[in-house]
Design a protein around this ligand. Structure first.
Ligand SMILES: [Zn+2]
Length: 199
């Protein structure tokens, strides 16, 4: 069997550490009301480890990466425990955000981070999230969420933000390499080169 290239560093030096039956995962998710994943995974899952960058990641047997869709995240939205209203990382990230900083949060869930920021920061915030319900809920509070991938968003929003952040999202994406690069592309050049003025 051909080695699975690492989804982060693209090395072929990876090995399979575990195989997980599709039926087992589907059965486990069924214990959460309304969360069905039958259409999201096409086969048993393989758990790979990259010997170069140490990342572990899942694929289906055809090499595709199983990820959630709108229906999946809408269903998770109904579970109170899935999206926390506050994470300790929020306090750390807040230190990098001035009142007028343009903030992009990728995978923002119900925009809990936007609500955590001072009121005057809200107009400068954009969250990306696949859940259409999350977008509707946030809009009621004047918070902008776009239902679009960061890769697509970056195509038309290059160098428009001062801060790009994600909280507990990286492990959910199919391509962490382009996920991070696209966030960097959205940042202003002068911030990246250390010339961020009084920020
Ligand atoms: Zn790697």
């Amino acid at each position: 069997m051909k080695p699975q290239p690492c989804i982060l560093c693209h090395s072929n030096d990876t090995h399979i550490t575990q195989e997980i039956a599709r039926d087992d995962i589907i059965a486990l998710y069924k214990s959460f009301p309304g969360v069905a994943i039958d259409s999201l995974i096409s086969s048993d899952l393989l758990y790979h480890h990259c010997n170069v960058c140490d990342l572990s990641f899942f694929t289906c047997k055809d090499g595709s990466i199983p990820t959630g869709d709108n229906a999946f995240y809408n269903a998770l939205n109904q579970l109170d425990w899935y999206y926390f209203s506050e994470k300790h990382e929020y306090h750390f990230a807040k230190k990098f955000i001035a009142k007028d900083s343009k903030v992009l949060e990728v995978g923002c869930g119900k925009a809990a981070f936007a609500r955590f920021l001072p009121q005057e920061a809200k107009p400068h915030y954009v969250g990306l999230e696949f859940s259409t319900q999350a977008k509707q809920m946030a809009a009621k509070d004047g918070i902008l969420i776009e239902n679009i991938s960061i890769e697509e968003y970056a195509n038309s929003h290059s160098k428009q933000f001062d801060v790009a952040c994600s909280f507990q999202v990286l492990e959910h994406v199919s391509n962490p390499h382009t996920f991070l690069q696209s966030q960097i592309d959205c940042l202003q050049r002068d911030i990246l080169t250390g010339g961020g003025g009084d920020k």
